[in-house]
Design a protein around this ligand. Structure first.
Ligand code: 0L1
Ligand code: MG
Length: 261
């Protein structure tokens, strides 16, 4: 921030983040021009998402982020974060995805929970699982709106934790054990990343416990019918136009899409 520049207000930063996502335009990191705390960053995220809802989008769940060591190392941040999912971000299994919708999209393999009952606040793993209706193989398209995919923790939180798209496979019974399932992210039929669901906080259910705690702190409730993305099990890979992608999860099935320019 230069001496003559006043810091932008949270609502101004929310408008900038929203516009960058809407128009798929890279912007400079907020923290390069002004100090920003994580609490303020979540307020920016909420206000930015409210602008999407004012345009007619509907909140359908949340994503947990940075829930694996691979992800934390990849982006140089070491705290679990969360972001909001809207119906417009959903990609149908087998669809063609236009990369022009994004700045520099990446894909990571995930496990999704379908909520069967409301959940919020501090809960045990058993209480969290009791609120789940189903589990599925999933993929998250992350797309930082910041130049060079480069950010500090408050930047990425303000930018809806890079949330921009998600694809979910068929729902499996909630009793399916998901603690240590093999997960493969395929690009054009070849393995690009291989991991285990255990990479997600040791057990994806722990991510749901964190999700409940974090949304509770924000005064929200995970609603029945919402989707919770537990977080990437491996590092994310860049999407390339003309390639196809599939996430295969042991015992849960597979899901994917192809990428177009
Ligand atoms: O784990 C994630 O979903 C990543 C969220 C933010 C960091 C990134 O954009 O890679
Ligand atoms: Mg993710």
């Amino acid at each position: 921030m230069t001496e003559s520049q006043a810091p932008s207000s949270l609502s101004e930063l929310a408008a900038i983040a929203d516009e960058a996502a809407r128009t798929a335009t890279a912007i400079p990191q907020f923290t390069h021009s002004q100090p920003l705390g994580v609490e303020d960053a979540y307020a920016i995220q909420a206000q930015s998402f409210a602008r999407r809802m004012a345009r007619g989008e509907r909140m359908v769940g949340i994503k947990m982020g940075l829930t694996s060591r691979a992800k934390m190392i990849q982006v140089g941040v070491d705290e679990v974060i969360w972001g909001r999912l809207s119906d417009a971000m959903r990609v149908v299994d087998g669809a063609e995805v236009a990369l022009s919708r994004y700045v520099h999209p990446r894909l990571e393999p995930e496990i999704a929970f379908l909520m069967g009952a409301p959940l919020s606040g501090k809960v045990s793993g058993a209480e969290a699982l009791a609120a789940v209706a189903g589990v599925a193989a999933a993929g998250e398209i992350i797309d930082s709106r910041f130049e060079n995919f480069s950010f500090a923790l408050p930047d990425v939180v303000a930018d809806n934790s890079s949330s921009s798209g998600f694809v979910v496979g068929k729902w499996n019974d909630r009793s399916t054990s998901i603690q240590n399932l093999g997960m493969v992210l395929e690009e054009d039929g070849r393995p690009a990343q291989i991991g285990s669901s255990a990479a997600i906080l040791g057990d994806p259910v722990r991510s749901l416990v964190e999700a409940s705690r974090m949304v509770g702190e924000a005064g929200l409730v995970l609603q029945e019918g919402w989707i919770v993305l537990a977080g990437g099990a491996t590092a994310a890979i860049p999407l390339q136009a003309g390639s196809s992608y599939r996430i295969v999860v042991e015992d849960l099935g597979s899901v994917g899409f192809s990428a177009q320019a």
